[in-house]
Design a binder for this molecule. Structure first.
Ligand SMILES: NC(=O)C1=CN([C@@H]2O[C@H](COP(=O)(O)OP(=O)(O)OC[C@H]3O[C@@H](n4cnc5c(N)ncnc54)[C@H](O)[C@@H]3O)[C@@H](O)[C@H]2O)C=CC1
Ligand SMILES: N[C@@H](CC=O)C(=O)O
Ligand code: NA
Length: 429
């Protein structure tokens, strides 16, 4: 490509996101060319089945099932096909042949981002990934560029739209999780197989990417403590409302000690007064705390074809500009080299729901267990007492996760305790 010639773009994948990327490239071509300084020429779209029915916006003449040949004809490869292989090999092939890469693939980046970063660095090409975390919401660029002069201390957010929709429906309409999930699938928010969403794996991959960027360190999805929403009951959600909270699936990355970082994804209670509590439906929101900047919040659509395509196009224009005007985006930044620490080192507040015999002295016995494990109680509330049994809702002051886990184990062994019904972290205070 010359400075005046078109920038050749190869699209890998033409599903929910790829179709919208193709639409924007086609309908906004003139405007995009003006912003880039050269036309963006879509040279091909790699798909599995060239004969499958498609949106009429997709020019069928561009379809190919030979992705490997396609990536060698491109200046920029836009990857929206997902999965680990053959995607990783194709992107490495593209990079080796001198193409820059724009990808929305959080699963691949969360598992093996460093391999792609290293290859891009060696080849002197760009690797851009805004769409991989929180869809349309600018978050990767603020972390990689705008906040690169600051010191991020904590990132806390809702980064999965499907689970937020499900939890929101449970809170608003009193639905059981399975019913809310079926509704999310009917509406097209959840995928036919929503396992990665409800088990927290999608959020965990995003958390690993965010933590790596925020803390200039390598965090893999395998370093993320991950619990999904399948254990959240309608009763948990109803009790949360009674105490002025909502249940949200949160992704949290924070410094631990001088040289550690703890990254976790799990359902948590969020006070109704906290801005994250008002994130409804399939929306995402991410709080970033930085030493000089203070608190920042990023909010918007984290999923869906058009919103995700917006982030992809932003990256595409940026890397195409680099091709035309010169320059290059950031490389992997991992100089801080923080150590991913086990969740036991996370320090936070908890709500423990303990079902006990409803008789004198039981509360004192339960309180003793907390004291014995050095976990300080903030409030105790009794719910659903019927003379036979009662539920104690114990909210603790901040305590290490490991101390809380030992407390819960000891509570379960107490003869007056019938069950530890639920343990939820309380976040965002
Ligand atoms: N849908 C969304 O809201 C968001 C998706 N993403 C990411 O964007 C990527 C694409 O997601 P969707 O468009 O929703 O998926 P999709 O399943 O609708 O589309 C993927 C497309 O890639 C094609 N494909 C898959 N493997 C291929 C292969 N080996 N060779 C050729 N074509 C192949 C499929 O046939 C399909 O057309 C994924 O990495 C996803 O995690 C990121 C943010 C939001
Ligand atoms: N399945 C994801 C899609 C975007 O990354 C979600 O529900 O947020
Ligand atoms: Na984003």
């Amino acid at each position: 490509m010359t400075a005046s010639g078109p920038v050749r773009v190869a699209l890998l994948g033409c599903g929910v996101v790829g179709t919208e990327v193709a639409r924007l490239l086609l309908t906004d071509g003139a405007e995009l060319a003006a912003r880039v300084g050269a036309p963006l020429e879509l040279v091909g779209i790699a798909v599995r089945d060239v004969t499958a029915p498609r949106d009429p916006v997709v020019d069928r003449a561009l379809l190919t099932d030979d992705a490997s040949a396609l990536v060698r004809r491109a200046d920029v490869v836009v990857e929206v096909m997902g999965g680990i292989e053959p995607t990783r090999s194709l992107l490495l092939e593209a990079i080796a042949s001198g193409a820059s890469v724009v990808t929305a693939n959080k699963a691949l980046l969360g598992q093996d981002g460093p391999t792609l970063y290293a290859a891009a660095d060696e080849a002197g090409v760009d690797l851009y990934l805004e769409a991989a975390v929180a869809g349309a919401i600018p978050l990767v660029r603020p972390l990689r560029e705008s906040l690169v002069g600051d010191r991020v201390t904590r990132v806390l957010g809702i980064v999965n739209g499907t689970t937020n929709y499900v939890l929101d429906q449970m809170a608003t309409h009193g639905l059981e999780l399975q019913d809310a999930l079926a509704q999310a699938q009917e509406l097209g928010y959840a995928e036919a197989d929503p396992t990665a969403d409800v088990e927290g794996h999608d959020a965990a991959a995003k958390a690993a990417i965010v933590a790596s960027l925020a803390f200039h360190t390598r965090v893999s999805v395998d370093d993320v403590h991950c619990v999904g929403i399948m254990g959240v009951t309608a009763d948990d959600v109803a009790l949360a409302a009674e105490t002025g909270h909502v249940v949200k699936l949160l992704a949290i990355a924070e410094r631990a000690g001088a040289d550690g970082v703890v990254v976790r994804v799990h359902p948590a209670l969020v006070s109704l007064g906290h801005p994250l509590a008002s994130v409804r439906g399939a929306y995402n929101a991410v709080f970033v705390e930085a030493e000089a900047a203070g608190e920042l919040m990023f909010y918007g659509r984290g999923a869906g074809g058009a919103p995700t395509a917006s982030a992809v196009l932003g990256d595409l224009v940026t890397v195409a500009r680099h091709r035309v005007l010169g320059g290059k985006g950031p490389v992997e930044s991992r100089h801080a080299d923080l150590r991913p620490r086990p969740v036991g080192e996370a320090v936070t507040r908890y709500q423990v729901q303990v079902r006990v015999d409803d008789r004198p002295g039981v509360l004192a016995q339960a309180a003793r267990v907390f004291a014995d494990h050095d976990v300080s109680i903030e409030t105790v509330r009794q719910a659903r007492a019927d003379g036979e049994q009662a539920d104690l809702l114990v909210v603790t002051h901040a305590a290490p996760d490991a101390a809380l886990a030992s407390t819960v184990a000891a509570l379960a062994d107490l003869p007056v305790v019938r069950a530890v019904v639920s343990v939820l972290r309380v976040e965002g205070a």
